[in-house]
Design a protein around this ligand. Structure first.
Ligand code: G
Ligand code: MN
Length: 397
């Protein structure tokens, strides 16, 4: 099973520095790369050499003839998502869609100015999951088709949870597991959450998907012999913050299966708390009142303010893997880890480093006072039976 590798490449045609900057910030915070130009000819050339996953076009630039541009890009015979930056909405997209129908390209949406970061982020994620390979000239599937497939996949139990342990840095003890969803699609292989969560978000399936993962993982947790580490971390989408019934249903599920909510840590990505801080505050408060715990995930990528960090009642802070990966070789990453550990501790939070791929990074986290660690060096995410066996062997070697 391969973990997601290549950074998402986003190419933008616009002459508005502000919009380019906003997009660049969002792209980088999503682990992607962005290139920009204000010249349509340069755009097709860069696209030809750089193979972007997503092209964003402002059709109002003086030299741009949208139809010609789409035709030229389409002739390159490669597939990618296409977004328009627009201020007169649907008219442009209708025209562009009819043009792109003749090529492999598909207009995935319109970004309206002024750019709303939350909306843009979700559009980028969705548009980036178009497959890059040509499947014999078919069109890239639209969101309705993708979400129909995903819904059937959830119903047919093709969403399988993998569990990755986290350990105590000081004692090496296993203290819990993070549940990570995988989509086993017959014929198409295994898809990672990065690829299908945006489909669930756009297609109104996020609650269904989250509960599928939650139910599977709570049952697995329940199946572990008593006395074994019983902390389970479950990732939540930013969209769940706006789902008023989610927490009550989660409590009910815990009661049905016989799991104490204290054992559950819901992980919220830093980016989702930045997009709507008020909703995040309200949600995390209610979550804690129901007895669940909360972790701030991917810390260091979402640019949350210190004020916000202090306001939100999290119990744990997860340092993003981008810093941990090169902890041993990059003094800058190391400095960031050290200050995040100090910050977390001074706010009364436990700090975990994720993405530990070698002994040296684990040692670095340890000597910086990090509480917990997670990563391939300790164990890859494992399916239920394998994870149970791994745990048994670890506890009784
Ligand atoms: O955003 P979040 O922290 O929930 O993402 C966890 C993802 O990171 C999972 O998809 C998991 O498979 C991946 N992952 C876990 N351990 C490592 C690691 O050591 N290195 C890398 N590169 N990725 C990891
Ligand atoms: Mn996580």
């Amino acid at each position: 099973m391969t973990e997601p590798g290549n950074a998402r490449r986003i190419l933008i045609l616009d002459d508005d520095d502000h919009s380019v900057q906003v997009l660049r910030r969002i792209a980088i915070s999503e682990g992607g790369e962005l290139r920009d130009t204000d010249n349509p000819f340069a755009l097709t050339e860069i696209a030809d050499q750089w193979h972007p996953h997503l092209v964003v076009i402002n059709p109002h630039l003086p030299e741009v003839n949208l139809n010609e541009l789409i035709t030229a890009l389409g002739e390159q015979g490669r597939r990618f998502g296409l977004l328009l930056m627009d201020d007169d909405g649907q008219k442009q997209i209708d025209r562009a869609s009819s043009e792109s129908e003749k090529s492999l390209l598909q207009v995935a949406g319109v970004i309206s100015k002024p750019l709303a970061p939350g909306v843009v982020r979700r559009l980028l994620r969705f548009a980036c999951c178009y497959p890059q390979h040509d499947h014999g000239g078919e069109h890239a599937p639209d969101i309705d088709t993708l979400s129909r497939h995903l819904k059937a996949a959830i119903t047919n139990k093709q969403i399988v949870v993998a569990y990755q342990p986290k350990i105590d840095c000081a004692t090496n003890e296993v203290i819990g597991f993070e549940a990570l969803a995988r989509w086993h699609s017959p014929g198409a292989g295994i898809a990672m959450p990065e690829a299908f969560i945006p489909i669930a978000e756009q297609g109104g399936l996020i609650r269904m998907l989250t509960f599928e993962v939650l139910e599977q993982s709570l049952r697995w947790l329940k199946s572990l012999p008593a006395g074994e580490p019983q902390i389970l971390c479950v990732n939540l989408s930013a969209m769940t913050l706006g789902d008023p019934g989610f927490l009550d249903d989660a409590v009910e599920l815990c009661e049905d299966i016989g799991i104490d909510p204290h054992m559950i840590i819901f992980e919220l990505a830093e980016t989702s708390t930045v997009d709507d801080p008020e909703a995040a505050l309200d949600f995390v408060m209610r979550l804690r009142m129901k007895g669940f715990n909360a972790a701030l995930d991917d810390v260091g990528t979402g640019h949350s303010s210190l004020v916000q960090l202090a306001r939100l009642p999290f119990s744990e802070l997860k340092v993003d893997k981008s810093f941990v990966l090169d902890a041993a070789s990059s003094p800058k990453s190391r400095a960031i880890i050290r200050s995040l550990v100090q910050l977390g501790h001074s706010l009364g939070l436990r700090v975990i480093g994720e993405g530990v791929e070698d002994q040296a990074s684990l040692e670095a986290l340890r000597s910086d006072g990090c509480d917990f660690a997670q990563g391939y060096f300790i164990a890859h995410p494992m399916y239920a039976d394998h994870a149970t066996q791994w745990l048994r062997e670890r506890i009784n070697p």
